[in-house]
Write a protein that binds this ligand. Structure first.
Ligand code: UDP
Length: 320
């Protein structure tokens, strides 16, 4: 069985759904702090926290777990700057709890949700996995600490891991059954769509003076379905007793203005904008070099068109 931590979250719920549909037996573990119970419709659901060692013991004793897919984490860069200890505790210390319990029960396969934030301000674009790791905030640092631990842990042992460094996840399940629902929402696409849906008056563009063609930040947006399929490929990779780290992006960038333009095209609504100061810690351009994932993980993004990605997000936002 596969234990999926954070299965009530945006990406976790898509991973849980896909794995379940592919015939895997899943156990969804979530404390519902940021996750949503109504996103957990597949497999078994355990309400709980990774700080609860007793609960972890119970779960590993009760279920025949062979693989852990670990998505549970705090993910706000801003909050991590304000409360660094909270991030090291939740993202590093609680992962250590999980790895310890896995060791105790001889569970040796691990898929980890990492992030492009481990690269910090990039020296070159596109960013390959060989790029230096210089995270600039506690969120990225806490994820890198786990990556380092996984690398040490896998040496001379039968423990194997796949680390997936997500770029900008976007979109929603094609059936609009599950999707992105953060509180508060800070992400570009759902905010722009909520302006189109009249739930917000306007969207603030954080910085119009970046060294990019239109002055706004460029990001690599990857559809959440494609992130989920990479986890499936991760399971196959682990079956070959290998460990590795992969970027997950489509290898193409869109500026904030281009994304808002796409949101206008998809929704047919005017989306008023206002340009304000840069947000702290936002690099100008983040684009993945995804060759390694294509070659070694045998993964390929299926949804490459930005309007198609945004359309799925819109269908879900309309339902909320
Ligand atoms: N952004 C923006 N206005 C918003 C939210 C985001 O201009 O209300 C910009 C942000 O500065 C970044 C890009 O959109 O350049 C993507 O931000 P998001 O928060 O969606 O993802 P992140 O890149 O921070 O993971």
């Amino acid at each position: 069985m596969i234990l999926i931590t954070g299965a009530g979250g945006y990406i976790g719920s898509h991973v849980n759904k896909l794995m379940f549909e592919e015939g895997y037996q899943t156990i969804a573990l979530d404390n519902l702090l940021n996750g949503h119970e109504d996103l957990i419709k597949w497999g078994k659901f355990v309400l709980g926290d990774l700080k609860d060692i007793k609960l972890l013991n119970f779960v590993f004793k009760k279920y025949d777990i062979d693989t852990v897919v670990h998505l549970a984490a705090l993910t706000s860069v801003n909050e991590s700057v304000q409360f660094p200890a909270k991030y090291y505790k939740n993202n590093f210390q609680y992962t250590l709890n999980l790895l310890n319990i896995m060791e105790k029960f001889n569970v040796g396969k691990f898929i980890f949700s990492s992030t492009a934030s481990v690269y910090g301000e990039p020296d070159s674009i596109p960013i390959s996995e060989k790029h230096p790791l210089k995270p600039v905030n506690p969120y990225g640092k806490s994820k890198l600490m786990v990556e380092n631990l996984l690398s040490e842990r896998s040496k001379n042992s039968d423990f194997n891991y796949v680390c997936l460094r997500y770029f900008n996840a976007c979109g929603a399940d094609l059936s609009a059954e599950i999707g992105e629902n953060h509180d508060p929402e800070t992400h570009l696409i759902p905010i722009a769509l909520n302006v189109a849906l009249n739930k917000l008056e306007k969207i603030t563009i954080y910085g119009g003076d970046y060294p990019t063609p239109d002055g706004t930040c460029i990001r690599d947006y990857i559809h959440v379905h494609d992130i989920a399929t990479a986890h499936l490929k991760g399971l196959e990779f682990l079956d070959e007793n290998k460990s590795d780290v992969f970027n997950l992006g489509i290898g193409r960038g869109f500026s904030v203005k281009e994304i808002i333009k796409s949101c206008r095209e998809v929704t047919g609504y005017e989306i008023p904008t206002v340009v304000e100061n840069r947000r702290e810690g936002d690099p100008a351009i983040l684009i993945a070099d995804n060759k390694k994932a294509k070659k070694n993980l045998k993964w390929k993004a299926e949804i490459n068109d930005i309007n198609s990605m945004i359309k799925t997000a819109y269908n879900y936002q309309k339902k909320l």
